[in-house]
Design a protein around this ligand. Structure first.
Ligand code: DGL
Length: 257
C-alpha cells in the first residue's frame, strides 16, 4: 500500500518566483518530496484580470493534484489573493497561501514608512486591504506596485543595469523619507534582494514571507498527521508550462540544487 505521507507537497507560482519559498521548505523539511509547477507561459499574472488569474490558478492546481500531492502551497501572493478561498472549497487537502509579511515588519518597531512591494493585483485585492485595516494604525504603510519587475526575474535577470534603473525609478519617490522596512509582497522579489539593498541601503531591513509560509505548511501537515518522518531518497521535481528550456535550468539554479 502506498504510504500517504510519502506523497509530495505541491508548490505553485506563476513562474519561478515561488522557488524562493520552495528553497526555504527544502531546507527546513528535509524528509519531504516536492513537486513545483511554474506557469511561466502565462506570467505575469499580476496585471491580468481577476477572472483570468482565478482560471489560471485553478488550472495549475489541477496539474499539481494530478501528481498526487498531499498539500498545495500557493507560493504566489497574486494567486493567493484571488483564488485561495476557491481552492480550499474544491480540495480537501491542506492549501497554504502566502501574503505580504506585514506583521513581522510592524514588530520591528522601527520609525518610518513600511514599503510593501507587490503586484498591482495583490495590492488591489481585499486580502491586502484587510491587512492594511488591521495594522494601518500602528504604522505608515506605503504600497508600491511594481508592474514589469516580475519579467526581469523570469528572464533570469537578477542584476543588470536596466533592473537597477527600474528599481531606482520605483524608489525615487521615497528620496528623503525615512524607511522602516521593505516587505517583499511577491515571491519573485527575494531573488533580487541584493539589488534592492544596493538601492535603498543596507540599513533598511528587507522582509519576505518564506519562513512564515514554511512554518505554516509544517504546522498544517503535523495537524493532519501528514509529515514524512523518514525519507532517505527525497525528490524535487520542477515543471513549467513554458516551452523555454532555460526556465527549468534557471529554476534549478534558483534553488541551488
Ligand atoms: N510570484 C507572484 C506573486 O507572488 C508573481 C505574480 C505575477 O505573475 O505577476 O505575486
Amino acid at each position: 500500500m502506498e504510504d500517504k505521507n510519502n506523497r509530495p507537497i505541491g508548490f505553485f507560482d506563476t513562474g519561478v518566483g515561488g522557488l524562493s519559498v520552495l528553497k526555504t521548505a527544502i531546507k527546513l523539511m528535509p524528509n519531504e518530496n516536492f513537486v513545483y509547477f511554474g506557469d511561466s507561459k502565462n506570467a505575469p499574472y499580476g496585471t491580468k484580470s481577476i477572472d483570468k488569474v482565478r482560471e489560471l490558478t485553478l488550472k495549475s492546481a489541477e496539474f499539481l493534484v494530478s501528481k498526487n500531492v498531499k498539500a498545495i502551497v500557493i507560493a504566489c501572493n497574486t494567486a493567493t489573493s484571488v483564488a485561495i478561498n476557491d481552492l480550499r472549497k474544491i480540495y480537501d487537502i491542506p492549501v497554504i497561501g502566502v501574503e505580504p509579511a506585514l506583521k513581522p515588519a510592524i514588530e520591528l518597531k522601527r520609525d518610518g514608512k513600511i514599503v510593501i512591494m507587490a503586484t498591482t493585483v495583490t495590492l488591489a485585492e481585499t486580502k491586502f486591504n484587510n491587512l492594511v485595516n488591521k495594522y494601518g494604525k500602528e504604522a505608515e504603510i506605503e504600497p508600491l506596485p511594481c508592474p514589469g519587475l516580475v519579467e526581469f526575474i523570469e528572464n533570469g535577470d537578477l542584476n543588470s543595469k536596466e533592473l537597477k534603473s527600474f528599481l531606482k525609478s520605483k524608489f525615487n519617490k521615497f528620496e528623503g523619507s525615512k524607511l522602516s522596512s521593505i516587505v517583499l509582497g511577491c515571491t519573485h522579489y527575494p531573488f533580487i534582494e541584493d539589488v534592492i539593498k544596493e538601492i535603498i541601503g543596507s540599513d533598511v531591513p528587507i522582509i519576505d514571507g518564506s519562513l512564515g509560509t514554511t512554518n505554516e505548511l509544517k504546522r498544517k501537515l503535523e495537524e493532519k498527521n501528514l509529515l514524512n518522518l523518514n525519507n532517505k531518497d527525497r525528490y524535487i521535481k520542477i515543471f513549467n508550462s513554458s516551452e523555454n528550456k532555460n526556465l527549468i535550468d534557471l529554476s534549478y539554479k534558483l534553488i541551488e540544487i
